[in-house]
Design a protein around this ligand. Structure first.
Ligand code: KG4
Length: 352
């Protein structure tokens, strides 16, 4: 089965071709340079850039895979969640192309793409022996713990009650004048710094107070206090931004707090749920410190860890086609969405 994947949910324009679930091409154009001056993604700029770039990116993906449009068996496109004006560009292109070629179109939930990216490579995906699996989803706008008894079976057991981990890194970097996006620049500037120089909060540490969520508090995340702690630290210690070593230590400590808050929650989740593997997916899963912590956790608890290869961590279209392929190959039919859905929820395959 040859599938073309298309992804335009935010600020990456991406297309990929998968043959029987094996990645043959994965072309990603990042709009970061366009949005960097504004310190975040500007929806209007994003959608206009998708319009400009998508046709060329699709052609490049087809050429890279050595496939012709006539050989395609289907098209998979992200239809939510994301920026509606960005989602619409990929969705409209995918819909037009599928009608022109007379092949099925399937809609993919962006987070499903991230989740199944941990199974993708140049070889067909193998899911045997991976479930039940615990997933830590850390994309730019979301931080969640998802327990998966089986493929397509999602139980959200914890989530952030304010900012996502990626947002905490992006906003922290902005506050420190490091630029956008924050994750990669924080990782780079923190190199060689002392992660224990400044003690930052890990979120929801204080057990008191009202708890209005249905989730177990121990499995939820909060990064807004961390951001405020960084702001206060900088206000009270302005010298820490002037001295290179102090600045590196501060950034390393901030990164450590984000990675630690994530690692601690997935460790708790693994204690509470029986899992034969655990995974971390989404842009923040690229983070070296987080990857190291999760690797150590895997050794400590004897549960194998699944991470995506670096090019599949941030937004890409291989993960979109991969999720569609896995869904179809496990006997769950393609879904044809009528429209994009910026607030799309993660639904179990049996319910859709
Ligand atoms: O998954 P993603 O590409 O976009 C969404 O689906 O939302 O994630 C983007 C996020 C940004 O917040 C970015 O700062 C973060 O991933 N990120 C990183 C790294 N590379 C990207 N965070 C930490 N370390 C990195 N190396």
């Amino acid at each position: 089965m040859i599938l073309l994947g298309i992804e335009t949910s935010c600020d990456e324009t991406a297309a990929a071709v998968l043959v029987d679930g094996a990645v043959r091409s994965n072309i990603i154009y990042s709009q970061i340079a366009q949005h960097a001056p504004y310190g975040g993604v500007v929806p209007e700029i994003a959608s206009r850039d998708h319009v400009r770039k998508l046709p060329g990116i699709i052609r490049e993906a087809m050429q890279g895979a050595g496939s012709s449009f006539e050989q395609l068996d289907g098209i998979a496109v992200t239809y939510g969640p994301g920026l509606s004006s960005s989602l619409l560009i990929g969705y409209s292109a995918a819909r037009a192309l599928s009608q022109r070629l007379g092949i099925p179109l399937t809609g993919v939930h962006h987070h499903e793409g991230h989740i199944y990216s941990v199974f993708l490579s140049e070889k067909p995906p193998v899911l045997d022996g991976a479930f039940p699996m615990m997933v830590l989803l850390v994309s730019g706008g979301d931080t969640k713990l998802v327990y998966m008894k089986a493929p397509g079976c999602y139980e959200i057991i914890g989530q952030t009650i304010d900012d996502a981990a990626g947002e905490a890194l992006d906003k922290g970097a902005m506050l420190l004048g490091l630029g956008y996006p924050g994750g990669p620049v924080i990782q780079k500037t923190a190199e060689g710094g002392n992660p224990r120089a400044v003690r930052f909060p890990r979120g929801l540490d204080n057990p008191g107070g009202e708890w209005k969520y249905t989730f177990d508090r121990k499995l939820c995340f909060s990064f807004s206090g961390l951001k405020t702690a960084l702001l206060y630290h900088v206000q009270h210690h302005p010298e820490s931004l002037k001295d290179e070593t102090a600045k590196r230590n501060l950034i390393a400590s901030y990164q450590e707090a984000v990675a630690d808050a994530l690692a601690v929650r997935i460790e708790r989740a693994l204690e509470l749920y029986d899992c034969v593997s655990f995974a971390c997916a989404g842009g923040v899963s690229l983070n070296k410190v987080l990857r190291e912590k999760l690797g150590k956790l895997s050794e400590k608890c004897g549960v194998p860890l699944k991470l995506s290869s670096p090019k599949l961590c941030t937004d890409n279209a291989a993960m979109v086609a991969g999720a569609a392929f896995i869904r179809q190959s496990l006997g769950h039919p393609f879904i044809l969405p009528d429209d994009v859905n910026p607030n799309l929820r993660l639904e179990n395959w049996d319910n859709t």
